[in-house]
Design a protein around this ligand. Structure first.
Ligand code: SAH
Length: 294
């Protein structure tokens, strides 16, 4: 990452603002919801081995919107189960939002929540220190592996927590997405390997293939309207650009060459399509589902 640039994740409040705007401008959550309602039930059918109590771990849950939808499908697939749900989320604001939303939903009384305000690696250290032997039936990490130092090690640790028939679900941007193209081109300028990896499901599949780990995978079509990024000085456009580049105040701090190069690439046909005056960025997601290693 260019030394003059600061990673967006260093400013949680701006990160959360840009993430919210990204959700408004994209079909990110809609496409996940389609997957959760149409594909996830079959994936969850075989977990638990007939147990009446299931252990779930959500890593990087954000405000939990997607987690709660998955938990609802889990309950429909396994009626009558009780659920122990460990939430691993370092942002106190997000964790707070998640807790508020849970407190407003009476129907969630079959779930016991454990709130871990920590990163995935802190959770791993805490788990090992306490010599926990609990196994999990379902673990998910949705759009979070960008923020760990070593995605392969994180996957291995969480996979080791799976019980018999347990499943680990990962969602990241797809290698075919505009993000993949952006990162292949500007990895050195934009990505800070200490805190944010420019990692796609393509990279994860390559890691798993090289280790001979088996998985299922799905591609989820998704789009993001980035038109505002091309209006100089537009406040929302600047927030979206921060989100796309993961750089804090990208428009104001990047060199003119980098800024021009990124803006040009963002509307390149490998990243976006232009129609009716809108620039629509390819935000396709990839899903990887792994089972317990035997
Ligand atoms: N899963 C949610 C949120 C994705 S945003 C969704 O798809 O809507 C990424 C989330 O990962 C944020 O809530 C962020 O606070 C969290 N995060 C950042 N670094 C993390 C880390 N090292 N370990 C676990 N979670 C992390």
């Amino acid at each position: 990452m260019a030394s003059s640039l600061t990673s967006l994740v260093n400013d949680d409040s701006r990160y959360q603002k840009s993430f919210q705007l990204f959700l408004e401008r994209s079909s990110e959550h809609q496409c996940m919801q389609d997957f959760i309602h149409n594909k996830l039930p079959d994936i969850l059918a075989s977990i638990g081995n007939g147990k009446s109590h299931l252990n779930v771990i959500g890593v990087g849950s954000g405000a939990g919107e997607i987690d709660l939808e998955m938990l609802s499908e889990l309950r429909q697939k396994h009626p009558g189960v009780t659920v122990d749900n460990e939430v691993v989320e370092p942002s106190s604001q997000q964790l707070h939002n998640y807790r508020v939303s849970v407190s407003q939903k009476k129907e969630l009384d079959y779930i016991t929540f454990t709130w871990n305000k920590m990163t995935a690696s802190e959770f791993e250290a805490h788990w090992k220190e306490k010599k926990m032997t609990k196994k999990a039936d379902f673990i998910h990490m949705i759009q979070m592996l960008y923020y760990v130092k070593d995605p392969a090690a994180t996957i291995s640790f969480f996979q080791s927590l799976l019980d018999k028939n347990g499943k680990l679900l990962i969602i990241l941007v797809s290698g075919e997405s505009g993000w993949g193209k952006l990162w292949r081109t500007y990895r050195h300028q934009l990505c800070n390997p200490d805190i944010s990896q420019c990692v796609t499901t393509e990279d994860i599949k390559n890691i798993l293939d090289s280790k001979g780990v088996r998985y299922q995978n799905y591609e989820l079509p998704s789009q993001m309207d980035i038109t505002e990024c091309f209006t100089e000085g537009d406040e929302k456009g600047e927030l979206l650009l921060d989100f796309l580049t993961e750089v804090l105040n990208f428009s104001k701090t990047a060199s003119p060459e980098l800024k021009a190069g990124v803006l040009e690439l963002l509307r390149h046909p490998e990243c976006s399509v232009e129609s009716n005056g809108k620039v629509i960025f390819n935000n396709n997601l990839g899903v990887i589902v792994m089972e317990q290693l035997t």
